[in-house]
Design a protein around this ligand. Structure first.
Ligand code: NAD
Length: 497
């Protein structure tokens, strides 16, 4: 049984929960209250070596890589069942750790468990192909596991992102070392302990915790790691690339975004306004695919801004553990300061404040990292607030004239993760979806992924795809086998005479 009430969280290496070899820990703090929650083991490089060695032994020794696909399926489903059984406790744990509204956290963990189930089923369906080859030759391909995979995860969707990587990695036969963000380590540790309970062989799933720049960097550069699957900022993504490029180890990168929502004059505003509100303020804007640039066609611009501001002002901001809360705290007081600085910068550059822009009045929230959902209207795409990822509850609203300008502004970004289109013109919806340079385009609805639908970015939003079967490709190597099936011995130099 998982223990959700403890105040110390260990490393999980080779199916053993153990303290860091140095005995060092770091604090986990509830950003909604400032309360100290627990001490987390702070791994030393030697602990990372031990985790990689355990994963290597499970891989090379056949503990996991040679496990029958059917058994992989059963174990992954078993882990998913344990996650569902502990859903409420896990959601509470994560809501306290990252300050996010518990209703959001719960939905994310459900999504993560569902993705795990999707890949549990996929473990028995990994297929190769036969290809046309010259007479007398047979060619077939198969996909094989890469080896030891480092899964490096951010704090904004902690358990969901971990499961998103774990499912395809394990389904394909890899073993893993998970490095959660320091702000959100507890749920990954509990998940790994549940995996021990489910019966995964020792060394298959390991978790190390500690500072990203030290331990994350050491793990990414570790010669015993065959692939790094990273989700996080574009800036740290560059460090990951530096770590793997010398020996060309495999890498996939899910990075930042500055995703647009395009609202055309023919849109149904009864859907577009609440959809746009949700797509930026869900997760308090701390979402890689947050639609943080809202492009609105001129004829409906004023109406849209006033309806957007009115609905935003009605969002329930407060205690993350209250199931009615819609927007919780930000990850830290320091992060809130950075978001507030962006708001001030946008106003100084000429944006107007449509709603929010301040901390909540409720004195009960004063010690937490809260910020009211904020909309900056009359932005232009050259402003810093419209170009950089703020990663907080700040929407930038920009007017546009016509489809051509909307597409040009939407694509004028270093990022290309997601976009939303709001229009009742079917032909336009498909035309614009084709012209937008992003990995995902949603039409007349705000949700970006369901288990099985691809997720990943164009441009500086990353490399690779997750959530769908494409993720299995990213966690496998493709091998081509060429067989000679002719009647006479193969003698390319004609040496047999
Ligand atoms: P981050 O890049 O600061 O950290 C991500 C992870 O990398 C953490 O575990 C951290 O400890 C570790 N890390 C930090 N420095 C490292 C280094 N030098 N080497 C190896 N690992 C290191 O990101 P964050 O602040 O935790 O998360 C927010 C960012 O993540 C945003 O930019 C957001 O857009 C991005 N994100 C992207 C996706 C996606 O799927 N595209 C999803 C969620 C978050």
């Amino acid at each position: 049984m998982a223990d959700f009430d403890r105040t110390a969280y260990p490393l999980v290496i080779n199916n053993e929960s153990r303290p860091a070899s140095t005995g060092e820990t770091f604090a986990s703090v509830n950003p909604a209250t400032g309360e100290h929650l627990a001490d987390i083991a702070s791994a030393a490089p030697s602990d990372v070596d031990a985790a990689v060695a355990a994963a290597r032994a499970s891989f090379d020794g056949g503990g996991w890589a040679r496990t029958n696909p059917q058994k992989r399926t059963r174990l992954l489903f078993k882990l998913a069942d344990l996650l569902w059984a502990n859903l409420d406790a896990l959601a509470r744990l994560e809501a306290r750790e990252i300050g996010k509204a518990i209703s959001s956290v719960k939905a994310e963990i459900m999504q993560g468990a569902s993705e795990l189930e999707f890949f549990a089923g996929a473990a028995t369906k990994i297929r190769g192909e036969t290809n046309a080859a010259p007479h007398g030759f047979v060619n077939y391909t198969h996909r094989e596991a890469i080896g030891v995979c480092a899964l490096i995860v951010p704090w904004n969707y902690p358990l969901m992102t971990t499961l998103r990587k774990l499912g395809p990695a394990l389904a394909a036969g890899n073993t893993v070392v998970i490095k959660p963000a320091s702000q959100s380590a507890m749920s990954a540790i509990v998940m790994a302990e549940l995996a021990v309970e489910a019966g995964f062989p020792p060394g298959t799933i390991n978790v190390i915790t500690g500072a990203g720049s030290a331990i994350g960097g050491y793990l990414a550069a570790h010669p015993g790691v065959d692939k790094v699957s990273f989700t996080g900022s574009t800036e740290v993504g560059r460090h990951i690339l530096d770590a793997v490029r010398h020996d060309f180890r495999r890498v996939s990168l899910e990075l930042g975004g500055k995703s647009p929502a395009l609202v055309f004059a023919d849109a149904d505003l009864d859907a577009a306004v609440p959809g746009a509100v949700w797509s930026i303020f869900y997760s308090a804007g701390q979402s890689c695919e947050a639609r943080s640039r809202i492009l609105v066609e001129r004829p409906i611009y004023d109406d849209f801004v006033s309806r957007f501001a009115e609905q935003t002002a009605r969002l329930r901001v407060g205690d993350p553990l209250n199931p009615k809360t819609q927007v919780g705290a930000l990850i830290s007081v320091a992060h809130r300061a950075s978001v507030e600085a962006y708001v001030a910068d946008g106003l100084a550059e000429g944006a107007t404040l449509a709603v929010g822009g301040k901390r909540p009045d409720d004195p009960g929230l004063a010690s937490g990292a809260f910020l009211m959902p904020t909309a900056l209207a009359d932005c232009s795409n050259g402003m810093r607030v419209a170009r950089e990822e703020i990663f907080g509850p700040v929407a930038c609203i920009l007017p546009f004239e016509g489809e051509k300008e909307a597409i040009a502004v939407a694509n004028d970004s270093i990022y290309g993760l997601a976009a939303s289109l709001w229009t009742t013109d079917v032909a336009r919806a498909h035309r614009v979806a084709g012209a937008i340079k992003s990995g995902v385009v949603t039409i007349n609805q705000p949700f970006t992924v369901f288990p099985g639908t691809p997720f990943g970015g164009f441009k500086q939003s990353g490399w690779g795809r997750e959530v769908s079967l494409d993720a299995l490709d990213d966690f496998t190597e493709l091998k081509s086998v060429l067989v000679y099936a002719g009647a006479r011995p193969m003698d390319p130099f004609g040496l047999n005479g």
